[in-house]
Design a protein around this ligand. Structure first.
Ligand SMILES: Nc1nc2c(ncn2[C@@H]2O[C@H](COP(=O)(O)OP(=O)(O)OP(=O)(O)O)[C@@H](O)[C@H]2O)c(=O)[nH]1
Ligand SMILES: [Mg+2]
Length: 259
C-alpha cells in the first residue's frame, strides 16, 4: 500500500535531484506532485493541506540546512513532516491492574478482526503473556470455529464454551472465568462484525464494554477502504470510546490514506 505512494514520492525526489538548483518554480512543481501523490493515496484533503502548508513554510524558512543540496533539503523536510504526521512514538497496549486484562476487538464485517485477534495473541504470547482468545460472534455459524482454527494453528488456547450458547455476554464471561482459573493474564474478545454500523451491534458492544470493563477497545479497520475506515472509526469512537486502531491489509495496494 505505501509502496505506490513511496514510488511516486521517489520519482518527485529523483526529478528534484536532477536539478542543480532549487528555484521557486521547480520547488512549486515538486510540491504539486507530492500533493497529488498524497491525494491519490486517499489521504484526507485536510491532512494534505496542512501537510503541504507546513512543508512549504519550512522549505522557504529558516529550517533549511546549508549543508544539504536544495533537493536534499526538500526531501528532508518532506520526510520529517511525514514522520510527524504518522506519529513519532509507539504506544503500548495497557494491562489491567488486576488480571485478566480484557481486550475487546471490534470493527466492521470482514475488516480482519479474527485474523488480528490471532496475530495479537501471538504477539502477546511472544512478549511473555498468557493470552486466551474467545469469539463472541454468535451470528455467523462458522465464526467461533474460525477462531478455534486460528488458535490451534498458533498453539494458543481458545475458550469455546458450550456450542449451544447464543449470548455474547455469557461467552465472554465464561472466558474471563476460565482465564482467572487457569492463570491466563489477557483475554482477547473477538466480536461479530456487521456490514454497516447498526444499532444492534452498537448496543451489544456497549453491553460487553460495561460487563467486561475492557482495558483496550480496539477498532480493526481495513486500510484498503481508505477514508471510509476513518469515518467508521469515528462512529465507533463516539459510541464506544475506542482506545486504539488496528489497520489490516496494509499489504494491499494503493490506498494508504486511512493511516
Ligand atoms: N491481505 C490481507 N488479508 C487479510 C488481513 N487481515 C485479514 N485478511 C483477510 O480478510 C478476510 C477477513 O478476515 P477476518 O479476520 O475473517 O475478518 P473479520 O473482521 O473477523 O470478519 P467477520 O468476523 O466476518 O466480521 C480473510 O480472508 C482474511 O484472510 C491482512 O492484514 N492482509
Ligand atoms: Mg471474525
Amino acid at each position: 500500500m505505501f509502496e505506490s505512494l513511496s514510488e511516486k514520492l521517489q520519482k518527485v525526489f529523483k526529478n528534484l535531484r536532477g536539478e542543480g538548483k532549487l528555484t521557486a518554480e521547480n520547488m512549486d512543481s515538486a510540491l504539486k506532485e507530492i500533493r497529488m501523490a498524497l491525494l491519490e493515496a486517499d489521504v484526507h484533503f485536510k491532512v494534505v493541506k496542512a501537510f503541504m502548508e507546513s512543508v512549504r513554510v519550512k522549505a522557504m524558512g529558516q529550517e533549511v540546512l546549508t549543508s544539504f543540496t536544495p533537493a536534499q533539503q526538500v526531501i528532508k523536510i518532506v520526510r520529517d513532516e511525514l514522520v510527524a504526521v504518522l506519529g513519532t512514538h509507539a504506544s503500548r497496549l495497557r494491562t489491567a491492574n488486576t488480571p485478566p486484562t480484557i481486550l475487546l476487538i471490534t470493527g466492521l464485517q470482514g475488516s480482519g478482526k479474527t485474523t488480528s485477534t490471532g496475530k495479537l495473541a501471538r504477539f502477546l504470547s511472544k512478549q511473555g503473556h498468557r493470552p486466551l482468545m474467545v469469539s463472541v460472534d454468535v451470528y455467523r455459524p462458522a465464526a467461533r470455529q474460525q477462531l478455534a482454527v486460528v488458535a490451534r494453528d498458533l498453539s494458543l488456547p481458545v475458550y469455546e464454551g458450550k456450542p449451544e450458547e447464543t449470548k455474547p455476554l455469557e461467552l465472554a464471561r465464561g472466558a474471563k472465568r476460565e482465564a482467572e482459573q487457569t492463570g491466563r493474564d489477557i483475554v482477547l474478545v473477538d466480536t461479530a462484525g456487521r456490514l454497516h454500523i447498526d444499532e444492534e451491534l452498537m448496543v451489544e458492544l456497549s453491553e460487553l464494554k460495561v460487563a467486561l470493563n475492557p482495558t483496550e477497545i480496539l477498532f480493526v479497520a481495513d486500510a484498503m477502504t481508505g477514508q471510509d475506515a476513518v469515518k467508521s472509526a469515528e462512529q465507533f469512537h463516539q459510541r464506544l470510546g475506542i482506545t486504539g486502531v488496528i489497520l489490516t491489509k496494509m499489504d494491499g495496494d494503493a490506498r494508504g490514506g486511512a493511516a
